[in-house]
Write a new protein. Sequence first.
Length: 72
Amino acid sequence: GLRFECTQCGDCCTGAPGFVWVNQEEIEAIAKAISVDVDEFEKKYVRKIGIRKSLVEFPNGDCVFFDTEKRN
C-alpha cells in the first residue's frame, strides 16, 4: 500500500469516499490514544472490507477523526 507521513493538511482525510486501512496494532494504538476499549473502538470506528479493515467515514467521505476546525 501507499506509505507516507502525515503533513496534517487534511487533503487525504476529506473528500471522496475511500479506505483508510488499519491493522490490529494501529487499531489498538488509536483506541488507547482516545481511551476506548479495543472492542468498542472496532464496533464504532472500523469497518471490514473483505479480509482487511478500514476506518469508517462520514457520509461526505471525511474521516471520523478529521477535525474541521484544526484541519487535521
